[in-house]
Write a protein that binds this ligand. Structure first.
Ligand code: HEM
Length: 121
């Protein structure tokens, strides 16, 4: 089970790389600020799924001491990130006007979750 946990941690970190890397990637493009791309959308989805899986494996099989307050904060933030990325990306693909707030909100809140993961507790 430790191996399974470690594999999910790797997927969690790859999801973070896709999400934050996707944000930085679209940031360096020329204005106008583009919509969140599919890399960000899939990174955000992966973070919610692998985050929940980490908690599940730790509690069910590893007798892990999970900090529920931290997990709750990360889950709420991650769901908002996914909602912003999904909405912005869908609007962009339809050719509609996309508020830059969707892109920057998703990117900034993703970084907030990295800070929560590393600095809390
Ligand atoms: C935007 C979304 C997210 C980002 C950017 C993110 C980022 C990270 C990072 C960088 C780590 C490694 C921390 C370290 O090893 O010091 C981590 C670990 C972890 N994350 Fe997330 N995370 C996100 C969402 C979630 C969600 C939604 C959950 C749970 C529902 C979650 C639960 C965990 C757990 C259990 C760990 C394992 C290690 C630990 O306790 O620090 N994460 N996350």
């Amino acid at each position: 089970m430790t191996l399974l946990y470690d594999v999910v941690v790797v997927l969690h970190l790859l999801g973070m790389a896709a999400l934050v890397g996707g944000y930085l990637g679209v940031l360096v493009r020329r204005p106008p600020v583009p919509a969140p791309d599919l890399l960000m959308v899939w990174g955000a989805r992966l973070q919610v799924l692998t985050g929940l899986a980490l908690v599940g494996v730790a509690e069910a099989a590893l007798d892990g001491d999970v900090d529920h307050a931290r997990v709750a904060v990360k889950l709420v933030v991650a769901i908002v990130v996914a909602a912003l990325a999904e909405t912005g990306s869908a609007r962009g693909r339809r050719g509609a006007t996309v508020s830059p707030a969707l892109l920057h909100g998703a990117g900034a809140l993703a970084v907030v979750n990295v800070l929560v993961a590393v600095l809390w507790g």
